[in-house]
Design a protein around this ligand. Sequence first.
Ligand SMILES: [Zn+2]
Length: 387
Amino acid sequence: MTEPDATRDPGAPAPGSSSVPPPATRREARARAAAGWAAGAPDAPAPGVTGPGAVPADVPDAPDAHAVVITGPSPARRYGRGRVVVAAATSAVLVAAVAIAGVQLRAAGERAAEAEQRAEAMGLAAELASAEDDFLADRQRAADLDASRRSADAGRAAREQAAAEEAARVAAEQAAAEAARAAEEQAAADAAAAAAAEEATRRGAASGAPAGAPSSPGIAGWVDGRPVDAEGNVLWVTSVPTADGDGSNGNMPASAMCQVPWGTDQLGFAQYLRCDAAEALTALNEAFRAQFGASIDMDLTYRSYADQVAMKAAFGGLAAAPGTSSHGLGTALDVQEWPGTYGFGTARYDWLVANGPAYGWYAPARVRQGQPYEEYWHFEYGPGRTS
Ligand SMILES: [Zn+2]
């Protein structure tokens, strides 16, 4: 603080003026009084003393810190240099105290702010740690779940693999067993067939079976060149045309006859028809197969004169007179005598009657249902005819 200089004090009174101006405010008055009292000024009334310039009764005993902002005439002029120094020092101390208090206040504020920041940082850190813990826990749960799922998958795959291997093993065993069984059955069938062929050959040779005659379990033996069943009944079969035939009924030359290429009778005997009839029957049979999924079941076709004579002897009035049967010309077909399959009114019979004429084959009127000689099994070849 600059020491007051009375000579340069702008507040100094003009020369010749010895009077002090009255205090402008009550505060100023109070400050003057306090300063004067503290310095022991003889012209300053003590607090509480009445009189000109006296301080009101409510003036405090201690000097006011605000005294440093005194305005007006210089204190040095009024109270002397020593008092001013004391007042200035006091003011300096007070200002310093205020400054220190302010610094301390700022420091405290800064510490509080730092503490608050630290607390906030700690809170954030805790929050972060908590979030991190949650994240790690979630990741651990996901990893556990994944591991559990992988384990379950592996277990399932292992079970499926084991089941597949077991199934493959069982299938292989079954296939091997079936193959062995099939081989056994085949061997047994082969042995039975060989034995049957041997027996048939032996019997045929013994009874004079014709060359090329089929062997069949249904043929028990041969009598006069004809097959017989176990009871000795003749099994009437299709005759084989001979090379020396003269072309008459029952004597068709082999050169005019054709073997039906797609079937035999049930005993395995070949079927023979005049070649044009055989060709037409083959075409008819193709249509029949398309309709029923199987070929026509043939029984008898060509019949030699000798066989016609033998049949007349066996059946009497039921057989045609020898030399008159269409079978002797190779233009007749008897299907199997199966009434449930080819009998009147069956699907096959009706189909053959309806579709046969388109191929030259028809059911003659004399053997239709209700006629004296009805034979559902008998058909004849005659292009253009329908009955
Ligand atoms: Zn017939």
